[in-house]
Ligand binder design. Structure first.
Ligand code: ATP
Ligand code: MG
Ligand code: MG
Length: 382
């Protein structure tokens, strides 16, 4: 069979690999970790750094097409693979935008005349003078590093210019963005896919709840969002992928403000934790769609056939049960509609994403009941 390449060996790469293998592909994973979740299920594991040239040459020789699951994959690795003749989706320029909040906000703002959706009011902080010149109405705000932040890391909430200066110093004066603190009603995301021929598809809106900065649960379709806001967000996601000439699966996070305004927060150039529910609630999962886009197959239907609610399983669950034994998976999967997905990670640490439970049903209430059962069974307080 044909080979697909995957840069990154985490759980997103693992679920991609499973989807690719189901469609008859073999997968070659590049990841420096010997025991990575994707590397251990791949048909070939290149155990090397993302810019290791011998590994990139080996991948390009084996794979006609390559994709990524790792948001911070060096753009130079994607460029190099393309130069070696591989079809690379998404391309380096798209990944670069998503890796830098300054570029990302600039891009969202440039798309706003078409999407009708803007980024949060913000100010780039690269020099001390930027703090002095900050418009006063952007405070209180959240200072975010331009690069590498995730799960709320690399952020500080500030109320005054003095606090902002101190927070920026604590971040070693790296390039940052100060965002106005917005009155959020709830958070949603849209998973979008775009094929090389320009066709696009979006899934229903996902509504996300975070705990300690980490995604806790996702409901699909969002029960809070109005149909017109949902349409606007899905259309915006499709426009954004088109404007970037993006190929692959892209996630966009939006805030919905108390007055109903949609705000574009950030994007991820890959499948996303909030899209895991598509594995069991939709005709085509985000991972199968990434396989299709990478392999230049037609995109699959994103129709949702079951109501869904996803529960993230973090390493904390093992501490509830005592580290010497596994959580009660049998009781979890014993409930109708509970679909367990574990990532094969050996060491459970607090905050580490170990798996998720997709809870599905004929109605949102049924999915919610399965969700509640899973959470209670795993000792997760609701
Ligand atoms: P992720 O793990 O999703 O990549 P991240 O670390 O990149 O997270 P953001 O998504 O930008 O960070 O912010 C984390 C959370 O902080 C958001 O989900 C939201 O709850 C809150 N937040 C971020 N920006 C704002 C804002 N401008 N106003 C109010 N709340 C905000
Ligand atoms: Mg982020
Ligand atoms: Mg986020």
């Amino acid at each position: 069979g044909a080979w697909l390449g995957m840069l990154g060996g985490g759980q997103l790469g693992r679920m991609f690999t499973h989807a690719a293998q189901a469609l008859g592909y073999k997968v070659c994973v590049l990841d420096p970790d010997q025991d990575s979740p994707a590397g251990t299920v791949a048909d070939r594991h290149l155990c090397a750094g993302y810019t290791d040239d011998a590994a990139l040459v080996a991948m390009a020789q084996q794979c006609a097409a390559v994709t990524t699951e790792f948001e911070n994959v060096p753009a130079q690795a994607l460029d190099r693979l393309e130069q070696l003749g591989a079809f690379v989706a998404p391309r380096a320029n798209c990944v670069s935008i998503a890796q830098n909040r300054i570029a990302e906000k600039k891009f969202f703002a440039a798309c706003a005349p078409k999407t009708g959706v803007s980024p949060a009011p913000h100010w780039v902080i690269e020099h001390q003078a930027d703090i002095d010149q900050l418009p006063a109405d952007l405070l209180p705000g959240i200072l975010k590093t331009a690069r590498m932040g995730y799960d709320g890391k690399g952020q500080a909430r500030v109320t005054t210019r003095e606090e902002l200066a101190a927070a920026w110093k604590a971040m070693q004066h790296v390039p940052c963005v100060l965002e106005q603190m917005l009155p959020l009603a709830y958070e949603v995301s849209v998973l979008a896919a775009r094929a090389a021929d320009g066709s696009t598809a979006t899934w229903p809106l996902a509504e996300n709840v975070h705990r300690d900065g980490i995604l806790f649960s996702t409901v699909m379709p969002s029960s809070s969002v109005s149909p017109d806001v949902a349409d606007k967000a899905r259309a915006a996601a499709a426009i954004v992928t088109g404007e970037m000439q993006y190929v692959g699966v892209l996630a966009i996070e939006f805030f919905v403000l108390k007055d109903g305004t949609l705000v574009a927060n950030e994007m991820a150039p890959r499948p996303h934790n909030s899209g895991h529910i598509t594995m069991d609630a939709c005709e085509t999962s985000q991972f199968e769609q990434q396989v299709r886009a990478t392999a230049r197959l037609p995109l699959g239907s994103t129709r949702q056939h079951s109501a869904g609610k996803m529960l993230n399983v973090l390493g904390d669950v093992w501490y509830e049960f005592g580290l010497e034994r596994e959580p009660a998976w049998d009781a979890v999967v014993g409930h109708a509609g509970a679909k367990l997905h574990l990532y094969g990670k050996a060491d459970a640490r607090p905050g580490r994403k170990m798996g998720h439970v997709n809870c599905v049903g004929a109605s949102p209430d049924e999915a919610a009941a399965a969700f509640e059962h899973a959470a209670v069974t795993l000792g997760i307080t609701l």
